[in-house]
Design a binder for this molecule. Structure first.
Ligand SMILES: [Zn+2]
Length: 169
C-alpha cells in the first residue's frame, strides 16, 4: 500500500525516531509499504519518519527496483565506520523541488537488523554512502536542509514557507 510522504515542517521529520523493539506483522507491512512508496515516488531511499512513523527503519535501493539485490532494509541501524568526504547534489522526497550540495562521508559501514531480525552489516561508498547517511539523518530528525548554511538554506526555507502559506506544500 502506498503511504503519503510527509514534508518538511511535519513534526515527525524533526524529532529522533524510536528503536524498534519487536518485528511484528504490522512492522513488516510498514516496511513493504515503505518499499512500494519509495519505488512509486520514485526515490532511492526512504525512512519511516517520512511516512509519518517515528521508528528507526529505512529502505534504500539505488536501482529503484530494477535489481532485486539492490534493496536494503535496515532496522535500528548504527554507524560502525564513517570516513572521507564527498560533495554532491542531493534532494529528498520530503523536500520536493529542492536540492543542494551537501557534504557527506565517502564511505560508511552501517550495522542493523534485516526484516528477519538478523544482524547485517553493509558497506557503502559514493552514492550508497550518501544514501545511508541521508537516511540515518532522517532517523535523528535531521533533513538535508538542516545541514546547509547561510543563503542557500535561507532561500529554501523561505520558498517552503511561501508555498505553505499558499497551501501548496
Ligand atoms: Zn530524505
Amino acid at each position: 500500500m502506498l503511504r503519503p510522504i510527509v514534508r518538511y515542517g511535519a513534526q515527525v521529520l524533526h524529532q529522533p525516531a524510536a528503536l524498534v523493539e519487536t518485528i511484528t506483522p504490522d512492522l513488516l507491512s510498514l516496511i513493504d509499504d515503505m518499499i512500494e512508496t519509495m519505488y512509486a515516488a520514485p526515490g532511492v531511499g526512504l525512512a519511516a519518519p517520512q511516512v509519518g512513523v517515528a521508528l528507526r527503519i529505512f529502505v534504500v535501493d539505488l536501482s529503484v527496483g530494477r535489481d532485486a539485490s539492490g534493496l536494503i532494509t535496515m532496522i535500528n541501524p548504527v554507524f560502525v565506520e564513517r570516513e572521507g568526504m564527498q560533495l554532491e547534489e542531493e534532494g529528498c522526497l520530503s523536500v520536493p523541488g529542492f536540492n543542494a550540495t551537501v557534504a557527506r562521508p565517502q564511505r560508511v559501514v552501517v550495522r542493523g537488523l534485516n526484516r528477519d531480525g538478523q544482524e547485517q552489516t553493509r558497506e557503502g561508498t559514493g552514492l550508497l554512502a550518501r544514501a545511508f547517511q541521508h537516511e540515518m539523518d532522517h532517523l535523528d530528525g535531521t533533513l538535508f536542509v538542516d545541514r546547509l548554511r547561510g543563503i542557500k538554506r535561507d532561500l529554501i526555507l523561505r520558498k517552503i514557507r511561501k508555498l505553505a502559506r499558499a497551501g501548496e506544500w
